[in-house]
Design a protein around this ligand. Sequence first.
Ligand code: NAD
Length: 395
Amino acid sequence: MNTQDLKILYIEGDGVGPEITPVMISALKCAVERSYSKPPKLTFEEVLAGGKAERLTSESLPEETLRKIKETGLAIKGPLMTPVGKGKRSLNVALRQSLDLYVCQRPVRYFAGVPSPVKRPEDVDMVVFRENTEDIYAGIEWPSGSAEAKHVIDFLCNEMKVDRIRFADTSAIGIKPVSPDGSRRLIRAAIDYALRTNRKVVTLVHKGNIMKFTEGGFLNWGYELAMQEYRAYRKDGKVYIPASGGDILLNDCICDAFLQNILLKPSDYSVVATLNLNGDYISDALAAEVGGIGIAPGANINYETGMAVFEATHGVAPDIAGKNAANPLSLVLSGEMLLRYAGLDEAADSIIRAVETTLKAGKVTRDLYSLIEDKEKAECLSTSDFASVLLKNIG
Ligand code: NAD
């Protein structure tokens, strides 16, 4: 156990953020206090981002927020609003890039009692490592008809002799940078995680059949890394990484087939390493299999500097904001990841047990209740009532 006191910065978030963030803070404090005879002190300090930051400072991501996160190295955030197609960059993407949080880590597991659209949701137990700083998400793009887009298209057509831009006069242009450095550090984090947590399969998910040098590069660099840094070996046409308690199978899957396989045979997969856009789709598809984004946690981590920002994976849920109806579990379970990351495993375990007990008893918020077929076995709770039950069940 980590006996050090812990300072955690938090961003309250927009929309349902002010309703779910206090639940997360109470759950973490309660878990730590009840799990140790001499509990470390947990201090939460608010930093501003999103709508609240704009109202108070007229900036949506103040420099001070970035500075404090860099100094403290540990933060958790509620969801932040991103206007679509208005030329304004996503705050989430800006945070990940400016702090170089290159791993987006999303554990996906099933809790008994949660409604699921698949027959065997208990077979889903994966941890997705999504590359967070490169790919088409890097935000290098220009709108249709802009001087910049025309300039890039002219360069491609005239200097690079590209003749495959179907509507060269009107195309918007986006650039997809993918590097060996960026791919290797992400895949290294995924393999290290499998070694640390005794997981036995790491799968590289890619579209290298179509995008040969970017996604195909990711795949090749992954296998090279395993050979060079982890003494991987081939046996019967498969690649294995030596590990105590049984070697790890390193394999790969094309992304579209992977999206089928996670429905048809999810137990084949355990740790998944993939690029940014694939990872975005995969994380939400997997979350849907085990109860939806309302309960899926996530973290953005730089495993080299140790800096980590944990986050609710859903958006600001404008349709239910202010109605005391949001499910706080995505953020609470992100807090559970934070505790584990900080070495407070016993407190993290007590949150998992409390979530299991609460959901198994049929106590759920409206998002899950609306999907439960046998309504007699469940009770639909407001955010605050759900929080009370959860806190009672911790420890
Ligand atoms: P959303 O996640 O906000 O909502 C999608 C659906 O899920 C809605 O029906 C909503 O009510 C429901 N939902 C989401 N969170 C829930 C919760 N905790 N409990 C119960 N139900 C929940 O996605 P959206 O509508 O596509 O996006 C709205 C805004 O959020 C956009 O501005 C988007 O950019 C932003 N967003 C932010 C993040 C983030 O901060 N990490 C992630 C996704 C979207």
